[in-house]
Design a protein around this ligand. Structure first.
Ligand SMILES: NC(=O)c1ccc[n+]([C@@H]2O[C@H](COP(=O)([O-])OP(=O)(O)OC[C@H]3O[C@@H](n4cnc5c(N)ncnc54)[C@H](O)[C@@H]3O)[C@@H](O)[C@H]2O)c1
Length: 395
């Protein structure tokens, strides 16, 4: 077992740190946010995620997980830092990864393994981690191993997937790959797949771009079916009876830290070759506005609108890139009297209502996130109201 420094204790980094501690490693978690550090040092998980309160408590109690605000020397460093996209230029913002690499550079001695887990453009492990470290510490050239190992877990089921999913291990050298495999073998029950660093970077992006294109197909179908007076959910259900057809589910758009962001990293690196991926982004990004147009058809500005769900997917509190939020804000801007229901949050920028109160008062009900708890709604409350059912919940 090794001393591992996990840099970035967010939705992915903290589960990784706690899992490593449970596997027997001595783990130092690093985060620039002192609130996160305090919380981990009290044995508490600062965000909602199945199994995490128990695991962080256990890892903290074992004495193998502590958190600090600056890295300390270790044998292995895992960078789990944000890689957002600039919404205007569509360029990946690698500044968090570069800052993390710089902070690690100052404590390296030579002989360490540095792993990048953040979803990144092709070439990032070399350019934004290795080159950054070597520019600051030229004496370490050839003395540190670098690996790209993308995170594939999904919020809501992170722990299970982090342990169970197959992983790609893309070292810059065969030795780096072997060391990466050794690390992931200590807790990962999935298959560990060797790849070149750049292949591993590309595969992660391709996985999410593929989902984005497939969801865009379903979303485009939803527009066409609506225009033709057809029930898209029924059309998809029937089409999926074909043995080689598997159409995904339409919704109010695409959100989350990954699918709405990562395709841009590919498009941006080869814009002339990616019209399909760019069109898919356009279809998915256009869907919240379509929801707004449907509300406008149902009732004039000033009407009471119940918006059900803010999270980007069912049964989580994650709001990142959520198309539901875009639709809510656009409705408010259009002068609607919007009542938001989000049972997974205690507070938000607007007041939150109970499902029943919001629906009872509404002229139009809009479903934006398919939370399980919404299914229990007494359907008779919808009688006489407009319904824009973007997630197909009350059909
Ligand atoms: N959340 C997901 O569903 C998911 C899934 C797969 C891959 N990923 C990828 O994993 C990476 C991390 O995502 P996340 O969701 O965990 O992000 P996050 O925003 O939840 O967490 C990142 C953490 O890093 C901290 N941080 C920022 N700069 C720092 C620095 N210089 N030093 C130390 N800490 C710093 C932040 O305070 C934050 O707590 C991203 O590249 C993301 O695309 C995320």
């Amino acid at each position: 077992m090794s001393k591992v420094c996990v840099v970035g204790l967010g939705y992915m980094g903290l589960p990784m740190a706690a899992i490593l501690a449970r596997a027997g490693h001595e783990v130092v978690g690093v985060d620039i946010n002192p609130r996160v550090v305090d919380s981990v040092n009290k044995g508490e998980c600062p965000f909602a995620e199945t199994g995490m309160p128990e695991l962080v408590k256990e890892a903290h109690a074992s004495g193998r997980l502590k958190a600090v605000t600056v890295p300390e020397s270790a044998e292995i460093f895992v960078l789990s830092l944000p890689t957002p996209v600039d919404h205007t230029s569509h360029e990946a913002d690698m500044s968090y990864v570069v800052a993390g690499a710089k902070s690690v550079a100052s404590v390296l001695k030579g002989g360490e393994l540095v792993v990048l887990e953040s979803t990144s453009p092709i070439g990032a492990t070399r350019r934004d981690v290795k080159d950054v470290i070597e520019a600051l510490r030229p004496e370490l050239v050839g003395k540190v191993d670098y690996v790209f190992c993308p995170e594939r877990a999904i919020p809501g089921n992170t722990l299970k997937e982090m342990i169970g999913n197959d992983r790609l291990v893309g070292g810059l050298t065969p030795q780096a790959t072997a060391r990466g495999i050794e690390l992931y073998k200590s807790f990962c029950k999935g298959e560990l797949l060797e790849a070149s660093t750049e292949e591993a970077e590309m595969v992660k992006l391709v996985e999410n771009a593929s989902r984005d294109v497939q969801i865009a197909f379903a979303n485009e179908l939803s527009l066409v079916c609506d225009k033709l007076g057809l029930d898209v959910w029924n059309v998809i259900r029937l089409a999926n009876h074909h043995p080689r057809v598997n159409i995904l589910t339409p919704g109010p758009g695409v959100g989350g830290h990954c699918i709405a962001v990562d395709p841009w990293f590919i498009i941006n690196q080869a814009p002339e070759l990616t019209p399909l991926m760019a069109a898919a982004r356009g279809v998915n990004d256009g869907k919240p506005q379509w929801v707004v147009e449907k509300v406008k058809q149902a009732a004039p500005s000033g009407a009471k609108v119940a918006c059900l769900g803010l999270a980007y997917k069912p049964d989580v509190d994650d709001l990142r890139e959520s198309p539901s939020i875009e639709a809510v804000r656009a409705l408010v801007k259009q002068g609607y009297d919007v009542r938001v229901v989000e049972p997974h949050l205690i507070e938000w920028e607007m007041p939150l209502y109970s499902l029943e109160d919001a629906v009872k008062a509404a002229d139009v009900v809009v479903t934006l996130t398919g939370h399980s708890s919404f299914k229990a709604l007494d359907r008779s409350l919808l009688a006489g109201k407009g319904l824009v059912d973007s997630v197909g919940m009350y059909r």
